[in-house]
Design a protein around this ligand. Structure first.
Ligand code: XMP
Length: 514
């Protein structure tokens, strides 16, 4: 039995299901996503305080449309139906749902919506606001006992409620950001309708995850490829906490990391009694990369070499039962989108399972969004510099030294990049910028220093604001901050005599230069 209240998100195949779960968790209520095929007895055994039925791609009158055991409505447990979930509830309880005619109630996108604030779902919220619609079906007749509690200009029944039984249905998506006060509506459902106490936190998530991992792993041996990024670090910390000495973390130091980064990662894990293997593979990687200047070729070499080094280490360990991957929820969504053109082949550890023999993959962060992962990292006592680390590409500085690589160029870039990061943090600009780094171009230009002529490299500074890294704008760093960075770098880093600031957005440019 659960030690905290539980809400069940019943999954009918909609695209925002985990987002619903995340919103519920944000409201301080534990929740699990279960497929709609889960037997009623199993759902009952979880003793939920409420159900949320998700959206889904079907129409309720499709032959293969998913249904629920109608007895779910007799349990005395409140239900919030969203989109398909709303139509399903209406259909099951005796209403009538039909395909909307073009000019009537079919609605997609942002829609001005009017709410009845005497309904518990909208209590304390504005009576009017934008909601995010995406439904082709229309509730022609609402079931007995229900009343209409929201409408739009096009559609009279955007939301329905039977407050006596605690049943609510909305045609829009309260879980997406486009719906104004959407999270507040979910909050109202949980607290006003289901009687939530707010007894769940990331600390609980941590404890539950640790318990589950221990149960699953038993006395098995666990292997994890640590990159030093947020996701793999948090996954490593969680496993370290759960199974300690049964865990081996292999940290392949390819020599392409930022200044002091390798040592910082190692230091962060010194408090756990785990088998921490740091492989100094710099020479190997540089040898393989010598003379290579084409970005995709660099990525391919680094990806392959990474796997080779990891495989060698795994062999030394012998038997491995479980392989941990730091997959987070957005990765799960992205990997579903198969048709997108490959602009850059992002190297990550996804290719590993072919090369290492093991029983099972563990993905302990699979249901978490990035900011939840960071929060979990804090709960596990990881230092702030790891938890708040900005994204860093797998191939590291190899794709930030334009053209062919040498150790000398990498060191030059490392020194310049460290100054850049130091000054950005000093100016407090790091809070406004999502990713920033220096790029060593392969352009040399003439300069004058003291009495002498120089012929040195041009360094480019890049800084972007973005929420999804798919599109990005260049950050408006104040001129005096740029000035200080420029002055410091040309004075302190030999080999650089010119600094430029990249003022291109994505698209048309990408965030990285290679
Ligand atoms: P771009 O340059 O494609 O970058 O606009 C988008 C985000 O992805 C990161 N990036 C990579 N990450 N392997 C990675 O793991 C790669 O090869 C790679 N290339 C780009 C980039 O830093 C940015 O956050």
């Amino acid at each position: 039995m659960m030690s905290h209240q539980t809400v069940i998100v019943l999954d009918f195949g909609g695209q925002y299901n985990q987002l619903i779960a995340r919103r519920v968790r944000e409201c301080g209520v534990y929740c699990e996503v279960k497929p709609y095929t889960t037997p009623l007895e199993a759902l009952k055994a979880m003793e939920p305080i409420g159900f949320i039925f998700t959206g889904g791609p079907n129409s309720v009158y499709d032959e293969k449309a998913p249904h629920v055991d109608t007895a779910i409505f007799d349990l005395g447990i409140p239900v919030l139906g969203i989109c398909y979930g709303c139509q399903l509830m209406a259909h099951t309880l005796g209403g009538r749902v039909t395909a909307a005619q073009e000019d009537t109630a079919r609605e997609y996108g942002k829609t001005e919506t009017y709410y009845d604030t005497s309904c518990k779902l909208f209590k304390g919220l504005p009576a009017e606001g934008v909601s995010w619609m995406s439904h082709g079906d229309y509730m022609e007749k609402v079931p007995e006992g229900f009343i209409l509690v929201a409408h739009s200009d096009n559609c009279p029944n955007v939301a329905i409620a039977d407050e006596t039984r605690g049943f609510y249905g909305v045609q829009y998506h309260p879980e997406v950001n486009h719906t104004q006060h959407g999270t507040d509506m979910i909050h109202n459902f949980l607290y006003e309708v289901c009687g939530a106490l707010g007894d769940w936190s990331m600390g609980d998530y941590k404890r539950t995850a640790i318990r589950d991992i221990r149960e699953n792993v038993g006395d098995g041996k666990v292997l994890l490829a640590l990159s030093g990024g947020v996701d793999s670090s948090v996954a490593a910390a969680l496993l370290a906490e759960a199974v300690g000495s049964q865990l081996t973390c292999v940290f392949v130091d390819h020599g392409l990391m930022r200044k002091n980064e390798g040592d910082e990662v190692e230091a962060a894990f010194s408090k756990w009694d785990i088998n921490f293997v740091r492989v100094d593979a710099e020479d190997r990687f540089l040898l393989k990369l010598a003379g290579v200047s084409e970005p995709e070729h660099k990525r391919k070499i680094i990806g392959e070499e990474f796997i080779r080094v990891f495989e060698e280490e795994a062999k030394k360990i012998g038997r491995v039962d479980y392989l941990v991957q730091g997959t987070i929820y957005p990765d799960v969504i992205e990997s579903g989108a198969g048709d997108a053109a490959v602009i850059k082949s992002h190297h990550n550890v996804g290719g590993l399972p072919d090369y290492v023999d093991f029983k099972e993959i563990i993905e302990p962060l699979r249901l978490l969004f990035k900011d939840e992962v960071r929060q979990l990292g804090r709960e596990l006592g990881l230092p702030e510099y790891l938890v708040m680390r900005q994204p860093f590409p797998g191939p590291g500085l190899a794709i930030r030294v334009i053209g062919d690589l040498t150790k000398e160029k990498l060191d030059t870039l490392r020194d310049a990049d460290a100054i850049y990061r130091e000054e950005i943090a000093e100016a407090g600009e790091d809070k406004n910028i999502n990713q920033y780094f220096a790029v060593l171009t392969n352009t040399r230009s003439v300069g004058v220093m003291g009495d002498g002529r120089t012929y040195d490299y041009t360094l480019a500074l890049r800084a972007v604001t973005t929420s999804d890294f798919m599109t990005a704008d260049w950050a408006r760093i104040p001129y005096d901050v740029l000035d200080k960075i420029s002055t410091r770098i040309v004075n302190e880093v030999p080999g650089i005599n010119r600094i430029v600031y990249d003022i291109t957005s994505k698209p048309p440019a990408t965030i990285e230069w290679e």
